[in-house]
Design a protein around this ligand. Structure first.
Ligand code: PMP
Length: 441
């Protein structure tokens, strides 16, 4: 059983040095590096339930959960068994298979989409959904919100231009201006900005894409009725409403964020994107939606989209098994563990005098190191007020006490059904001293 401070990081440090020689930044996805918090990322050797074990033998409570997918924790025996059986039958055929039909049926049953197409990453899902929306509408402009991340799609790696409802500038070198010139970036939760964009460009707008509830600037819940307003506004202007549930899907609740608003309010997105949980820890993602829109996809329709490993039998088996095991009890457990951790984090930070704001949507939550006097975090400008120095100190103090948080102040803290009392207690025990460290930073 883990106890006391960690036993050094020599092997992680040495692997990180080797990694940096052969891979930019030593990582295959930027936020895994500790650029935002400083220090050496831990190289994980194995994981079980709620726990990660690094190459030096340190154990950590995992609050990353692979950035969302591991809803049932690591190495769930039924998922492992289903994957092992699938591997024994071969790993990829490049032909249709039964598990992909079953997974598609499961997603269609649990979400408002009529049909889905599988891809291998959330990025591919949003990229393809946008192509389909443009192909379906014959229009070219895309609306997105600042602070919403939809993967590294060229046209979506855009920052806001100089004013509201002006076209965007590339958010990274390597994306030509022509790729973002058709993207409008608006402040989240801002109805007036959406109205203005449609008033000025309505006839050119193919789609509006939004995170169903943003989780990539920390958790910023849509204000009541905001998603319904977006769906209604898009419909009024003949644009498609794309709800990106790559992060929230099958995680914010059993029916994702849509279960928290659309299902109750009686509306549905035209297109949705999914990833993470639906792949059960394997590369699988999907986009889906209205039957008439989806039928425009090749080979039924003219909009081209494809993938060698799309619907891979191992990934779809892992996803299907995960979704079938993701019962109401799983979400209730994650919710309860989250409530306990949220309350303890707020208490510890208050006790230490560290300004903070805790926000959630369904079972997803995050802790902002912002001043509550400034109000809730409603958009990217609010989230940007985060005290990243305080967060870095907090992060490292938690890590030293065996809690591996996402190494960024702008992330949800992910839990799983495997986060039992021992794992939660480890987090609770670490919080007071981590809050003190944040106060000193
Ligand atoms: N959309 C959302 C809402 C996401 O959170 C992410 C990834 N964090 C993506 C899209 C991109 O998914 P992927 O990393 O699988 O390309």
């Amino acid at each position: 059983q883990p106890s006391g401070p960690t036993s050094g990081t020599a092997r992680s440090a040495s692997l990180f040095e080797r990694a940096q020689a052969v891979t930019p930044g030593g990582v295959n996805s930027p936020v895994r590096a500790f650029n935002a918090v400083g220090g050496t990322p831990r190289f994980i050797r194995s994981a079980r339930g709620a726990w990660l074990t690094d190459v030096d033998g340190n154990e950590y409570v995992d609050l990353i959960c692979s950035w969302g997918p591991m809803l049932l924790g690591h190495g769930h025996p039924e998922v492992q068994a289903a994957v092992a059986a699938a591997v024994a039958r071969g790993t990829s055929y490049g032909t249709p298979t039964e598990p992909e039909v079953e997974l598609a049926e499961e997603i269609v049953a649990r979400t408002p989409v009529d049909r889905v197409r599988f891809v291998s990453s959330g990025t591919e899902a949003t990229m393809s959904a946008i192509r389909l929306a443009r192909g379906f509408t014959g229009r070219d402009v895309v609306l997105k919100f600042a602070g919403c991340y939809h993967g590294h799609v060229d046209s979506l790696l855009a920052s806001a231009g100089s004013g509201l409802a002006t076209f965007a500038v590339p958010g990274t070198p390597g994306v030509p201006e022509s790729s973002t010139a058709l993207t409008l970036v608006l402040p989240y939760n801002d109805r007036a900005a959406v109205e203005k964009a449609f008033a000025e460009h309505g006839e050119r707008i193919a789609c509006l894409i939004t995170e169903a509830a943003p989780g990539n600037m920390g958790v910023v819940p849509p204000e009541p009725g905001f998603n319904a307003f977006l769906a209604e506004t898009c419909a009024r202007h003949g644009a498609l409403f794309i709800s990106d549930e790559v992060m929230t899907g099958f995680r914010a609740g059993r029916l994702g964020q849509w279960g928290l608003d659309g299902a109750r309010e009686g509306w549905r997105p035209d297109l949705m994107t999914f990833g993470k949980v639906m792949g059960g820890g394997f590369p699988a993602a999907a986009f889906g939606g209205r039957a008439d829109v989806m039928s425009r996809l090749a080979p039924e329709g003219p909009v081209y989209q494809a993938g060698t490993l799309s619907g891979n039998p191992i990934a779809t088996t892992a996803g299907l098994t995960t979704l079938r095991l993701a019962t109401d009890e799983v979400y209730a457990h994650i919710d309860a563990a989250g409530e306990t951790i949220k309350a303890a984090a707020a208490a510890a930070l208050s006790e230490a005098g560290v300004p903070h704001v805790v926000q959630s949507t369904g079972t997803m939550f995050s802790v902002f190191f912002t001043d509550p006097a400034d109000g809730p975090v409603r958009d990217f400008a609010d989230a940007s007020r985060t005290d990243s120095i305080a967060f870095a100190a907090f992060f490292h103090a938690m890590l030293d006490r065996r809690v591996y948080l996402p190494p960024s102040a702008y992330e949800a803290w992910f839990l799983s059904s495997a986060h039992d009392d021992r794992a939660v207690q480890t987090v609770l025990d670490a919080l007071p001293e981590a809050a003190e460290a944040a106060a000193r930073a």
